[in-house]
Design a protein around this ligand. Structure first.
Ligand code: ASP
Length: 339
């Protein structure tokens, strides 16, 4: 697909709120504006690139997103997948990477792009990045890509690898533990690993058990917190130190709580709280001890992606062995499998 075709490609733009369409309220705080469509229609470049149809989904700060909205977006796209050449989701940046991961797991075997974007500065304000991000998102949505991708600044990032790195910089998102899918400069260039348009048949895989808790370890964490989470949740993500290390000394030992969680059939997945790198839980006794009682290493998945994936996996099975093997299997580029 090229930008200079006679008949314009058809793009569905799903709006969900976020800074991109926010306005300042009387107390100076940003909040969703009443008519997000009006702001977006103020970018004439969009309609010269494509025939754009707007579908409002919600109009909220993405801090108020709940997992059920991921399902709503996935289903809305899947119902219309044959009717459009590509999809753009305008989203708040705060939880954008959770939604990007969720759409990646729920909409597989894609034959066209689903692009998620947002802005650090509202479209209405001077210096907004919303205009260029939206235009670039549409350019990617009419391009040859066929994946869920985050388009932000100059980066095109696989949906399962994106992370909000900066609350200040215009390049707010980075690709973690993998190359970006592509770059936007003088033109758009894709990495060799990017999946391109094909004759695949898209699949909706709308599985979700959102009863998952996520907690970082920190010096002084009380094991009772893990015990409580095991009693109240279907799965737990623990953000360990470094290679997936956890406190194991007397009084602060998390291992008995992890063991009893797994005995109650509550999977415990351990990821790293470092931005980059992978779990390597065999490396230190403080990681191995958790592996020995059945903790599942998240390897090089981001905590956000590991959390969304555990919800998606738990939506399909409660068998601990199946959960373990699914969490360590790569479905949509979310991890490098250990062979
Ligand atoms: N709080 C906003 C949101 O996530 C931040 C943003 O969009 O940049 O909706």
């Amino acid at each position: 697909m090229t930008e200079s075709k006679d008949t314009k490609p058809k793009i569905l733009l799903l709006t969900t709120g976020g800074t991109i369409t926010m306005l300042k309220s009387s107390n100076g705080a940003l909040q969703p504006c009443e008519d997000a469509n009006k702001l977006i229609k103020a970018i004439p470049e969009l309609s010269s690139l494509a025939e754009i149809e707007i579908l409002p989904i919600v109009n909220i700060d993405s801090s108020n997103f709940t997992p059920s909205t991921w399902l709503t977006i996935s289903k809305a796209i899947f119902q219309r997948i044959k009717d459009f050449d590509g999809f753009v989701v305008a989203h708040g940046t705060d939880t954008l990477c959770y939604t990007a991961a969720a759409l990646s797991f729920m909409l597989q075997e894609l034959n066209k792009p689903i692009v998620i974007t947002g802005a650090q500065v509202p479209l209405e304000e001077i210096g907004s990045d919303g205009r260029s991000n939206l235009i670039n998102a549409v350019r990617v949505a009419i391009s040859d890509l066929a994946e869920v991708a985050v388009v932000f600044g100059s980066q095109i990032i696989r949906g399962t690898r994106a992370k909000k790195m900066s609350a200040f910089d215009m390049q707010a998102f980075v690709s973690v533990n993998d190359n970006p899918l592509g770059k936007i400069g003088l033109s758009i260039k894709y990495d060799d690993s990017a999946h391109l348009r094909s004759k695949k048949k898209p699949l909706l895989r709308p599985f979700l058990n959102s009863n998952v808790a996520m907690i970082p370890v920190y010096p002084g964490i009380k094991p009772e917190i893990i015990e409580y989470l095991a009693q109240t949740h279907s799965g737990i993500i623990i953000e360990g130190y470094g290679a997936g290390n956890l406190p194991t000394d007397e009084n602060i030992n998390l291992i008995p709580a992890i063991k009893s969680a797994i005995e109650r059939k509550v999977p415990v997945v351990v990821c790293t709280q470092c931005i980059l790198g992978s779990t390597e839980m065999e490396l230190y006794q403080v990681g191995r001890a958790a592996l020995d009682v059945g903790a599942i290493p998240a390897m090089d998945m981001t905590p956000e992606t590991a959390m969304v994936k555990l919800m998606w996996v738990l939506g399909q099975t409660d068998d601990i062995e199946s959960i373990d093997s699914m969490m360590q299997k790569c479905f949509v580029g979310e991890l490098h499998e250990v062979k």
